[in-house]
Design a protein around this ligand. Sequence first.
Ligand code: SF4
Ligand code: SF4
Length: 339
Amino acid sequence: MNVLWLQSSGCGGCTMSLLCAEGPILFDRLADAGINLLWHPSLSLETGAEARALLARVEAGEIALDVLCVEGAIARGPRGTGRFQMLGGTGRSMLDWVRSLAAKARHVVAVGTCAAFGGVTSAGENPSDACGLQYEGAHSGGIFPASFRAAGGLPVINVAGCPTHPDWVSETLMLLAEDRLGAQDLDALARPLFYTRHLVHHGCPKNEFYEYKASAVKLSDIGCMMENLGCIGTQAMGDCNIRPWNGSGSCTRGNYPCINCTAPEFEEPRHSFTETPKIAGIPVGLPTDMPKAWFMALASLSKAATPERLARNAVADRVDVPPSLRGKTAGAAQTKGRK
Ligand code: SF4
Ligand code: SF4
């Protein structure tokens, strides 16, 4: 399966993330799946005239294009010309190239939230008029209309994430190589369900704190970050805590709140990323699939029942009170000794 990768308006972080694939490493993973990376601007040897010649052959249909991967948003400015971002040496805008090559591709994959929805590149005043391939924020229709379908019958496949997890990209490509990714395998935002059928909250090491509403008050604390520090892992789609990054990491495992980077418009939450907006002291962004009244009732109950261990550990930067062994006091003695 031939894959061509273009880097558009973004930071290149999704490629950096992709290179963190391990077990096996990226290149073995692709080779084992029969995936031929025709060209990638950062990873391929071909540059300049060689790269341009290859693009021309793909565009002319001389080389079959199975998957066009686009990383980064597409700059549409000024005035819809796309000339704010040119593909070096070709005299043509990235907008023009992506449109032309997408028409040749069996599948089009948006790698990362910028390519999918506009992401950070489209934040603020967005002077470059950047948008996603088939979405502008949460609204369908980017440089391609909502009705766009690639030759293989699918819309742009949005492997969203900022950056996206290396496995999300490689698994998507492997499924496409085996012809095992259909419309039924995408969610309502055209993200592959294999990673968006989970919430970031699933598998978070802070779940025990969450259950008792034992909350962190500053970023180094090990308690749950939902109440005070802006974590929206209970609403964010992603298997980040089930399929850790680089073998063991995730945002919440690193004591940073989940900011829902797999979703459109995460980049402008209208408040600090590390602050939970509240009305009358109650967080506004409660889990979406639970009645608010029930949540409030259960939260106050569990807060009243918070074990001393969790209440104290939640506001410490490491385990202060270890779990006790029934009938033994060694843990408490050790803790006192450490202090
Ligand atoms: S920190 Fe976030 S993801 Fe982790 S348990 Fe709390 S709400 Fe869930
Ligand atoms: S934990 Fe949240 S912010 Fe972090 S990568 Fe996953 S979805 Fe994005």
